[in-house]
Design a binder for this molecule. Structure first.
Ligand code: PMP
Length: 416
């Protein structure tokens, strides 16, 4: 039943979650899009014969689809530690989730973020957003936020809502941000905090309630589910008070004859107008359920072992310089960005792909301010004038193996 050479990769360890792959292709680009988990593919295959409308039909097929969609919502909420009164809104991805949050901010909300964010967490926010410089350490991030919030409170009459928008783990460096400490500071100043968990949730357990944050945003396609599904999880009040993100069927409780005679639903459906992506939601739910019952500590430990192998291997290669914001031993997920002195990153990536079957990413990773700054710092730190203007990124996760990492480390010195 498999197409050509595609199919499940053997799980890295017994009990680990299997992911799909293609023989001969080494995927070291999980941070862009992770491979699809077998459980996600199975959940989709099981539901396909039942394909029918969600929330829009009375037939048995439709009932099952509606149930499956709402169960998926529950599972994703459980996976992300949703509080009983939180909403779990299905979105297309993290970008969509953060844009949704930006659209439901009460009038006058001030947003504070950092220059180190992915564009998805830099660009949706309103004019007047405070962008703090990339901090040199987790501690300086906390201090900078504290000072900025104090200043903001002084500058406003103290009543304007404030939202802090930060990443959980950087898509450039893999470094984990001090979310719990930032959340504490936000609460101390009466601000809310949203965490872009696109890169954190695939690697470590993330809970909106344990982290004591207000919102979490995730992408299904970075979490071993197919494209097209993400979620915004968090406080219901702003979501229920704002006009719907999309206006249309499913978001309405009552529509009258006059153009603006509309009563919108409350609840997640308010922002999910239009027929939803059932298969995506169910696939994401299946991965969340599987991860919830997996031994996450063991998965994290094996990923960290691979990450150490990758980073120490890269450090040992002449001319390779890693990009990082924090200290080398700062906690991080399975993502490493680096440059090869004297080599154009796009060319290196192309040779890795075409001659070695290794997929990495090159560029500025949709985090231009951060990537540019790290490249400039790497140049200053290494004392080399021949570093390229863009970087390479290798990223790993479920199903990654030591052999794949060694193949990259063996290939790199031959590229050029
Ligand atoms: N935030 C971070 C930290 C990311 O890495 C990404 C994807 N690279 C996004 C947001 C946006 O995710 P998506 O493209 O799935 O919307």
């Amino acid at each position: 039943r498999r197409l050509g050479r595609t199919g499940p990769k053997a799980p890295a360890r017994p009990g680990a979650l299997g992911v799909l792959g293609v023989a001969g292709q080494i995927n070291l680009d999980y941070a862009a899009t992770a491979p699809c988990a077998q459980v996600a593919a199975d959940a989709v295959a099981e539901l396909l014969p039942w394909y029918a409308s969600v929330h829009r039909g009375a037939g048995a097929l439709s009932q099952r689809c509606t149930l499956a969609y709402e169960r998926a919502r529950q599972t994703v909420g459980d996976f992300l530690g949703a509080r009983p009164d939180d909403h779990v809104v299905f979105t297309r991805n993290t970008t969509d989730a953060l844009n949704l949050l930006a659209r439901v901010l009460p009038t006058g909300t001030r947003v504070v973020t950092f220059d180190g964010e992915h564009h998805a967490n830099l660009l949706p926010w309103p004019i007047g957003t405070v962008r703090l410089p990339v901090p040199a350490s987790p501690g300086s991030a906390v201090r900078a936020l504290d000072a900025a919030l104090r200043e903001l409170r002084r500058g406003t009459d103290g009543t304007a809502p404030i939202l802090v928008a930060v990443t959980g783990a950087s898509n450039v460096t893999g470094e984990c941000w001090p979310v719990t400490e930032l959340s504490l500071i936000a609460r101390r100043h009466g601000a809310r905090i949203a965490v872009d968990a696109a890169q954190l949730a695939p690697h470590v357990p993330v809970s909106v309630s344990d982290l004591e944050v207000d919102y979490l945003a995730i992408s299904g396609h970075k979490l071993y589910a197919p494209f097209g599904t993400g979620a915004l999880v968090g406080r219901a009040d702003w979501l229920d008070a704002a006009p719907p993100y999309l206006a249309g069927g499913g978001a309405t409780a009552y529509v009258g004859a006059a153009t603006h005679d509309v009563r919108w639903n409350t609840g997640p459906g308010r922002h999910e107008a239009g027929t939803p992506n059932l298969l995506g939601a169910v696939a994401l739910g299946a991965v969340c359920a599987a991860l919830d019952t997996a031994d996450r500590a063991a998965l994290c430990a094996s990923e960290q072992a691979l990450l150490s192998r990758l980073r120490s291997g890269l450090t040992a290669l002449p001319g390779v310089v890693e990009l990082s914001t924090f200290a080398p031993d700062s906690p991080r997920v399975g993502i490493v960005s680096f440059v090869v002195a004297g080599r154009d990153s796009a060319e290196v990536a192309a040779v890795l792909a075409n001659e070695h079957g290794i997929g990495v990413r090159d560029g500025l990773f949709c985090a231009h301010p951060l990537a540019r700054r790290l490249l400039a710092e790497a140049s200053a730190r290494s004392g080399r004038a021949d570093l390229p203007a863009t970087a390479l990124r290798a990223s790993i996760g479920l199903g990654s193996t030591a052999e794949e990492i060694d193949r990259l480390l063996d290939a790199l010195p031959t590229v050029g």
